[in-house]
Design a protein around this ligand. Structure first.
Ligand SMILES: N[C@@H](CCC(=O)N[C@@H](CS)C(=O)NCC(=O)O)C(=O)O
Length: 222
């Protein structure tokens, strides 16, 4: 199987798919696509003009799947082990809920309120809007941190106390927060802060975080 992921490194959704593939030991090639604006050929395989899109070149066309959740579900089917979805039906539903929470609520608040005004602005050579990021951290992020701290309880992972798509989906959003220079305060959210550090220490995340940190450092130095 030859798998191509179309996307850009700093996208949390592209990272989510790349981490899932690495955790499953699946090889892939990343093909960079700049979506600002999306080229015409890309719009044909991504009607919502969003990244990531997967192409399985071993299949006849149409051989593409857009959307990180759809791509990860496909990966689970073609490479069932290690599984990233709880075996128990109810827990699988919980994992899907946490994935959705990360992909909508966290991505919206972190993406628009923190990552874009600070890290993406720097990457694109635009003025940094630190005030918007600080306001989001003060007014919007505490509810997210509170929710995740409570969900974790005394467990190491978010659902069924084992590593799953829920952890990948949440932890990838925290990478974008970190690129903007923010993380949960360990004094206020100790379990969440330790959890995020643990997730980002997994080889699958660490390799990408290091790769992306170099990109942001290069931009700052330019
Ligand atoms: N639900 C989609 C969201 C993907 C998404 O929003 N990607 C962003 C980049 S992080 C994008 O392509 N934005 C371009 C746009 O909205 O025009 C997924 O899970 O893949």
């Amino acid at each position: 199987m030859a798998l191509v992921i179309y996307g850009m490194g700093p996208s949390p959704f592209v990272r989510k798919v790349r981490v899932a593939f690495v955790e499953k030991g699946m090889d892939y090639t990343l093909e960079n696509v700049n979506i600002f604006p999306a080229p015409d050929w890309f719009k044909e395989i991504s009607p919502l003009k969003r990244i990531p899109v997967l192409r399985d070149t071993d299949r006849p066309e149409p051989n593409t799947i857009p959307d990180s959740s759809a791509i990860c579900a496909y990966a689970e089917q073609v490479q069932p082990t290690p599984s990233l979805y709880p075996a128990d039906g109810f827990e699988r539903g919980r994992a899907a809920w946490i994935e959705e929470y990360a992909d909508t609520e966290m991505a919206g608040v972190i993406g628009l309120g923190v990552f874009r005004p600070v890290a993406l602005a720097a990457l694109m050579g635009k003025d940094i809007d630190a005030a918007t990021a600080e306001k989001t951290m003060a007014e919007r992020m505490p509810a997210i941190f509170n929710f995740l701290e409570a969900e974790l309880g005394d467990d190491d992972f978010l659902v069924a106390n084992s590593f799953s798509i829920a952890d990948i989906s949440v932890a990838t959003q925290f990478v974008n927060l970190q690129h903007a220079g923010f993380k949960p305060d360990a004094a206020q959210w100790p379990k969440l802060a330790a959890y995020v550090a643990r997730m980002h220490d997994r080889p699958s995340f660490k390799a990408l975080i290091d790769e992306e940190a170099a990109l942001f450092a290069k931009t700052r130095a330019a």
